[in-house]
Design a protein around this ligand. Structure first.
Ligand code: SAH
Length: 342
């Protein structure tokens, strides 16, 4: 028995064809799940009982549980308890252009970035597709807001859970599903080059963001262990190819860490590295956490860094700060809970 929210429209169509039923049944089910938002299969009125009985035998519709909501100004954080007792979190941000939800893709993370709270707790498992879909459904239910944008920047490395993440994207992007436009969905990766190549071939309009955080291998090796496997030049090579094939702009995320990667020299190096690429840099003020020694760069240094990039014709923005007061940075709320549990 599998959770129904694991299934893309195509997978459900295949299922119904295999059951000698009509392909159209999948559209009906999607309508009940994603438009009418039923809580159990008995609410379905346009499918005959015998068929419903088979559906009930093959699928469940259980939800993950919400255990805590922390509200701040324009941002709220939702903590979920999964069926196996593990925790993940999602962060809802209210922008003037809509509501954006940052969702988790794994329980913990194996990438081990030194500045990141999620990595400290190590990966326990991948999230199943339904556990990602339900983060959206439940936040919409509790916040009474429609989510217009989804970013895969919560706990986990989405490309380390590639297949489940792609099915999740198909479901939320599907017009008969949640109908969230591909250009309103952003996948963020620490730079798994083989998966970026695979993603490039999917032919979607989904946005790609890469956590670069350093202008050279020496610095990146110190803060992101993944850099031992895929060097910065490997990332740049695949990004060039990605832009050529998809004609889409790529975002580079750059956390500003005090005295680690925030010097003027770093800004000049980064400008050289990205020169001529159809990319833009999103500078992120680091959200400090009690458990990690890194500090946020001073504001004047952040601005200086930004100015140097601009002068060198690099598209750059400084991310508006959202969650620092409610521990909304990656993994922070969850790590408090998990540690209380230990
Ligand atoms: N694993 C993916 C997505 C999850 S992390 C990735 O690496 O991109 C989402 C973003 O938040 C990444 O850019 C990550 O480096 C950044 N991040 C992690 N901890 C942070 C913190 N304390 N403050 C600010 N950004 C943080």
């Amino acid at each position: 028995m599998s959770n129904i929210y694991n299934y893309t429209l195509e997978m459900l169509e295949e299922y119904f064809i295999k059951c000698n039923d009509k392909k159209f049944r999948a559209t009906q089910i999607f309508d009940w799940l994603y438009k009418k938002r039923i809580k159990n299969f008995d609410e379905i009125t346009n499918i005959k009982k015998e068929t419903l009985d088979i559906i009930k035998k093959d699928f469940n519709i259980d939800k993950i549980n919400i255990v805590d909501i922390k509200k701040g100004k324009d941002v709220s954080k939702y903590l979920f308890k999964l069926e196996d007792g593990r925790f993940v979190e999602a962060v809802l941000m209210n922008h003037d252009y809509g509501n954006s939800l940052c969702i988790s893709t794994q329980v913990g993370c194996n990438m081990g970035c030194k500045f990141c709270e999620s990595g400290r707790l190590k990966k326990v498992r991948n999230l199943e597709t339904y556990e990602m879909v339900e983060q959206i459904l439940i936040v919409e239910q509790f916040s009474k807001k429609r989510i217009s944008h989804v970013v895969l920047m919560g706990i986990g490395e989405p490309f380390d859970n590639y297949d489940n993440v792609m099915n999740f994207i198909r479901i939320i992007n599907e017009n008969k599903g949640l109908g969230i436009g591909a250009r309103h969905i952003t996948v963020s990766t620490c730079g798994l080059v083989d998966k970026i190549e695979k993603f490039m071939k999917e032919n979607t309009q989904v946005n790609l963001a890469i956590s670069l955080h350093a202008p050279d291998d020496e610095i990146r090796n110190k803060i992101m262990p993944i850099n031992k496997k895929y060097k910065i030049c490997d990332i740049i090579d695949i990004v060039k190819k990605y832009i050529e094939v998809t004609n889409r702009r790529v975002t580079f995320e750059y956390i500003m860490l005090d005295n680690i990667n925030d010097s003027e020299e770093c800004a000049i190096k980064l400008s050289r590295l990205l020169k001529g690429l159809n990319a833009y840099v999103n500078i992120i003020p680091y959200n400090e956490t009690n458990n990690i020694q890194y500090k946020r760069s001073k504001n004047d240094k952040i601005i200086k860094f930004y100015d140097i990039l601009r002068k060198n014709n690099i598209n750059v923005t400084i991310r508006r700060e959202f969650g620092s007061l409610i521990d909304a940075a990656c993994g922070q709320l969850r790590s408090k809970y998990e540690e209380d549990d230990l």
